[in-house]
Design a protein around this ligand. Sequence first.
Ligand code: GP9
Ligand code: MN
Length: 627
Amino acid sequence: MLFNYSKTPFYAIAAFLFAVKTYMVYRFIFDLSIENPLQEIILIINPIATAFLFFTAVVWFKPEKQIKYTRRIALIGSLILYFNVIYFRSFSDFLTIPVLFQSSNAGDLGSSILQLTYTLDLLLFLDVAIIYFLSKKISLDAQPSLKNMKLRATVIAVALLVGNVVLAELERPMLFVRAFDREYLVKNIGVFNFHLYDVALHSKSKAQRVLADGSEVKQVEEYTNKNIKSGQPSKLQGIAKDKNIIYISAESLQSFVINNKLNGEEVTPFLNDLIDESYYFENFYHQTEQGKTSDSEFVIENSMYPLSRGAVFFTHSQNELNAVPEIVGDYGYTSAVFHANNKSFWNRSVMYDTLGYDKFYSETSYNVNSENSIGWGLSDKAFFDQSIKYLKSMEEPYYAKFITLTNHFPFELPEEQQTIDKFDSNSKTLNNYFTTARYTDEAIKQFFQQLKEAGEYKDSILVIYGDHYGISEYHNKAMSQYLGKEEITPYDHIQLQRVPFIVHIPGHEGGRTISKVSGQMDMKPTILGMMGIETENGVDFGTDLFTSDVDPLVVLRDGSFISENYLYTRDTCYNRKSGEEISMEKCKPLVSKAQQELNYSDSIIYGDLLRFYDAEYTQVEEDVNYK
Ligand code: GP9
Ligand code: MN
């Protein structure tokens, strides 16, 4: 035997085993990309430093307690790692405190959790089992009991951590200040220290509201007036005046399936035809983060950025906002959301009040049973079918938002309902995706038909958009196979964040595909512009897409951005059109602008600054004023 474990401090054995496991998870599950040798060194040092720091804490207790606490730390640490693994498989992201407190979502996530757990995950608890086994055989005499032994152990653990942080700062200066990308943070300080950092951040944001005052909002207003707001009226100004507005939020629908085929068959034949009769924005990006669907709702209705962690729907549901349902309510609109899921999911029942919705048709308004359910709940076809009667009962003009659900991870559809082949790759997720995307396409087709039959179609304007990505980076290999690319580069990854945005105006002949870059942030001013509702002030971060005097800049929540000429992500600047890597000098000015915009938006949310601000809206007098 190389060493006599019964004579070794137990916490050190446990820390070593835990560190090895953590490293394996970083390397093989989180698949953290390593770009240089320093990153590799950090990735090895970090799990050791962290494990020793946590496990060494036990030396300050009596030897019997040391053994007991060591076992507990191993178990709790492993559970934290396991939950991160589950979360990562679904979202390519790490847990944050706000996400953890979204406990009402946990029940609904049940079916996904099983999908996301693999048998091999048991290995995540292998060290815990070994530690329990060894703890029975360990000698109490070997545990640190003298003051100088304890001190020495602690000094070594802290020194390791300091070394880790210094290396991290060398590798990525300003890491803690910028903190936009959780992957960078985890790569440099590890998932456990990331959680500690997150707790500190959370407490800070709680304090911010208390300290905020009204002066900052003026600064934001100046910025948006100068940089974002258009000085022109919409080219479609007033076209939607007094018409019903129907939004369809298409779950996880990405643009890569639009006008695309699988085995020679169109994936979304209905939407492809509809595009020929609509305005279609082909370079439209989702701007969501951890709040997924709820983030998309927040963005499109407020023209503000979601938070970099957690969901605004949860963390700031009591904020004063200036959302579309509230604004259009002042112009005689009634508003409703239709979504056949639990009303507490994403805290919607609370947040919809804050946004100014009159009514929320949630799961309880629908007849949901095992026959008409798929995956997460009521199937999209049954959902639209059962919604029509409620829509008809609404007082006109109305502003109605329908949120579909069937095209949701894990994208499973009963075989008899599949009308397109599955893809054939190593990713079950991507393989399935085509079948549920097609299903949603059919459901929307059916909805259009039903709207026509119910007489709700011709006086309405229909807006269809994808809420966020459905296929995470985890499936890049399969995705590259589908797209016929050698690999998915960071540039491709950003381009995959495009989701469809379709504005369909019945009676408006012909279609127009618009290539200028745009994002969910732009939906609020675009729709309001079509309704002829204008504002002189406002602190929105979006531009009316039917104007042309503002250079578009689409900022993603992680600080990546897309402008007319450039695309920036992960410290690299690309030519937007060719995808070719170019000098960072080109992107630099916009990097700080993007950052500033995100900071401004955050300061409004954290400080609840709209409580100090009144935006004034007016509606154009004439009915229709478009050419
Ligand atoms: C749940 C639906 C889907 O109600 O919004 O949630 P997601 O996971 O996409 O945010
Ligand atoms: Mn969604």
